[in-house]
Design a protein around this ligand. Sequence first.
Ligand code: CP
Length: 332
Amino acid sequence: MHSPEIFPALDDETSLQLNTDGELRHLLTLKGFGRGMLTELLDEAEQFVSRPGRKAIRSRSLAGRTVANLFFEPSTRTRASFDLAGKRLGADVLNLDVNTSSRKKGESILDMIYTLQAMHVDVMVIRDASAGVPAFIARNVDQHVSILNAGEADVSHPTQGLLDLLTIRQRFGKFEDLTVAIVGDIAHSRVARSAAQGLQTLGVGELRLISPPSLAANSNEMPYAKNYDNLALGLRGANVVMALRIQRERIADLDGIPDGDEYYRHFGVTADRLRVAAPDVIVMHPGPMNRGIEIESALADSPVSVITQQVRNGVAVRMAVLERVSRIMASN
Ligand code: CP
């Protein structure tokens, strides 16, 4: 039996992301990005948003580059959109089947990365259940390789954060004066953390985190947010409501965690409960969605839902990030 790999916590992820000229090399977290960088990435993503029914936007800006998708946790949206984003930019895209990869035979993650690096992979897109994996890899790859975090434990999901910001900006054109309410399992949500970091940087009017006490984040973690354990109070006047699923796969002891029916009774986002929200409220969900638990099924398909728009924006955001990191490769 081999020992489990330990990935040390790092406090310099932010500086690790930029090269010496301040250009984006890795995307590990939204924490520490300034308003300028976030706004530029959103503007660039906007250029890649394909309109429904039209041909998808394409370019050749990654022609000759190779992108490897390395997903050690399940994914539909993020993996498919990185795959499409790479292909639409002209890259070769490798989707490694992790269930049949040699990591299953005890190969360390670094040996796997060095193997792919030797095959001339330029961008590695990583999803892993352990905190610290994307930064650990970023520290150890060759100078010409970029690492993109596609979901790291409960810590960070930066491209999800960007697509959520883009979706809000498309509807409201601003962040100031908006009240954004994130409802659900905040404690275990990388989506909530990345969204909160981006919203805070872009000057959101008010951020509310609504959850049962057993699923609340540590009160010191996001001091700029207001915490609620009452859905009706938290939804009052909200312009944006983001529902999250309970991340049962990250919870070792499910004692005290509400089951689906109980959760829906108290925290399910429904059209009826949204009556207290702002008249222009939109409803978001990062997916995968559990209809009838965190969100009313009919509401998810209703005109106030922007869930499909989030998915569409996911491809655009990932194209923008791939193109951004490829800029410094072009000069290599
Ligand atoms: N939102 C999100 O990360 O979805 P997937 O797990 O399907 O990629």
